[in-house]
Ligand binder design. Structure first.
Ligand code: KG4
Ligand code: ZN
Length: 338
């Protein structure tokens, strides 16, 4: 089954064609990052306009690259939630038009389910059940993936997402948007013990976490140094910050693995590209004898291939939509409107 998949929830317009949920025939991406960089973050209105400009060309490119005809597309999938509403709407409307014109099923896919499904592309043997740590720009959660479309959220951030913190701290340090990757590179040259930063303590739900205290403490430290004219050791601050994020995530994942007894762990989302977090997850999983899936960096960030992968399983579960499909800025991974 060849699925034409569309992703436009943030600042990447992407169109992919994925066969049977596992094989990427093509994954075409037009990134807007350079455009938003001058503003220090994504400008929603610009994102929507750029998606409109890029989406047609990318869909044509996907067909040209694969040599497939329109008749060989069996279904159209699209990220319908969550994201910047104007941006998601562009993809949803394009997908609806394509599905209608082709006379093929329309499959709505939750963006975070897509991130999790990126692991099916990178690891052909991977099947549920497994535990997944989702760490992206907008979401941070530990998910028990019981089946391809049946999931349970064990814990989530109570405030900021990990990626949001990386970007905010990176921005204040003068790094280009999005700050995560640059902060990661700087951290590799630093001493992670040099600055003392807070780790969120387990609350009523031991899998829930918080990053706003860490973000505020990091920003206060930077502003204080600026005010008193103290020179900061930027690489060490980045390393100390990343260690605090990792120390918040990893023990919760370990605990979730112990409690659920899952023997496989996957990671997903843009922050899953972080070298320190990957290393810490890998060593924790290895210590526990748990198999770990760390997707390549190209599949951690936003792309349409992951949407095509999840769409295959949504289709098999009967989760298709008609032309009344809407876009949602927020929606739980379980499908509830929040
Ligand atoms: O999953 P994603 O591409 O988009 C969302 O769905 O949010 O995640 C983007 C986030 C950004 O916050 C970006 O700074 C972060 O992923 N990121 C990283 C790294 N690469 C990307 N954060 C930390 N270390 C990295 N190497
Ligand atoms: Zn994403």
């Amino acid at each position: 089954m060849n699925i034409l998949a569309i992703e436009s929830s943030c600042d990447e317009t992407a169109v992919a064609i994925v066969r049977d949920g596992r094989e990427v025939l093509t994954d075409c991406i037009a990134s807007q990052v350079e455009l938003h960089r001058i503003y220090g973050g994504v400008v929603p209105e610009i994102a929507s306009r750029m998606h409109i400009e890029a989406i047609w060309g990318l869909a044509d490119q996907a067909l040209t690259r694969t040599g497939l005809t329109r008749a060989q597309i069996d279904a159209v999938a699209v990220t319908y939630a969550p994201g910047l509403i104007g941006a998601v709407l562009v993809g949803v409307n394009f997908a609806k038009a394509a599905a209608l014109a082709l006379g093929k099923p329309l499959i709505p896919v939750h963006h975070i389910r897509g991130h999790i499904a990126a692991n099916y592309l990178a690891f052909p043997e991977l099947e549920p059940p497994f535990l997944c740590l989702v760490v992206s720009g907008g979401h941070t959660m530990i998910v028990d993936v019981q089946d391809y479309t049946k999931m349970q959220i064990l814990g989530t951030t109570l405030d900021d997402a990990a990626g949001e913190c990386f970007d905010k701290v990176g921005r204040v340090l003068g790094m280009p948007y999005p700050g995560g990757a640059a902060l990661d590179r700087a951290a590799q040259q630093g001493d992670d013990q040099k600055y003392s930063l807070p780790r969120s303590k387990p609350g009523a739900n031991p899998y829930d976490m918080s990053f706003s205290g860490l973000k505020t403490a990091s920003l206060n430290l930077i502003h204080h140094a600026d005010q008193v004219g103290e020179e900061l050791d930027i690489p060490s601050l980045c390393a100390s910050f990343t260690a605090a994020v990792s120390d918040t995530l990893v023990p919760r994942v370990v605990r979730a693995l112990e409690q659920t007894g899952r023997k496989r762990l996957a990671v997903a989302g843009g922050v899953a590209a972080n070298s320190r977090i990957r290393a810490d997850i890998l060593s924790a999983a290895q210590n526990m004898g748990v198999e770990v899936c760390l997707p390549p960096l190209s599949l951690c960030g936003d792309n349409a291939a992951m949407i095509g992968a999840q769409a295959y399983y949504e289709y098999q579960a009967g989760n298709t939509a008609d032309m009344s499909l809407n876009a949602y800025a927020t929606k739980s991974i379980l499908g509830e409107t929040i």
